[in-house]
Write a protein that binds this ligand. Sequence first.
Ligand SMILES: Cc1cc2nc3c(=O)[nH]c(=O)nc-3n(C[C@H](O)[C@H](O)[C@H](O)COP(=O)(O)O)c2cc1C
Length: 175
Amino acid sequence: MANINLFSPLRIRGMALKNRIVVSPMKQFSAVNGKVGHWHIVHLGSRAVGGAGLIMEDERAWKIEDSIVLAGILKQIGVDLITASAGGFVILDKARVYPSYQVRFAEKIKAETGILSGAVGAITEAAQADEIIASGKADLAIVAREFLRDPYFPMHAAKILGANVEIPFQYKRAF
Ligand SMILES: Cc1cc2nc3c(=O)[nH]c(=O)nc-3n(C[C@H](O)[C@H](O)[C@H](O)COP(=O)(O)O)c2cc1C
């Protein structure tokens, strides 16, 4: 093997890295509309002065249009399903996280590319999940935190919606 070490340069297309040490993206919620600001210039600038070969910034400039292009490419190479999550579940600003707050992403990706899409994010109610599917906005309702509260969410949802699902024999008296 060639004599390559941590401080060997690397060329990636038109980009020349002086070493192999990379600053990993660390979302610190400081970009405004996907643009770097003074904080980045100071914070990342000092890492550049410190000698990093490459600095990776977070994905805050990533837009739904980018996801649509990516989903189209992924579909062509055989990907079947996109889960359309833009994060946000740790954001403390409650106004930005409301029921079905990310469904529009799943809807748009599905409509624009025809790929199967799964909606995720603050899906907690039977009727809410049913509406997402029945309206054709997404193909799957993906649920996280509600499953921490209620492992029987599908059975409860079936009861509320009047759907005929198989209840395990041991649980029949409860449902
Ligand atoms: C305790 C916890 C751990 C999680 N871990 C991951 C993870 O490892 N990878 C990931 O992509 N999303 C992770 N998520 C995000 C969830 O998959 C989901 O996208 C998010 O919680 C929004 O859905 P919800 O509103 O139904 O909770 C996690 C969420 C919670 C609450």
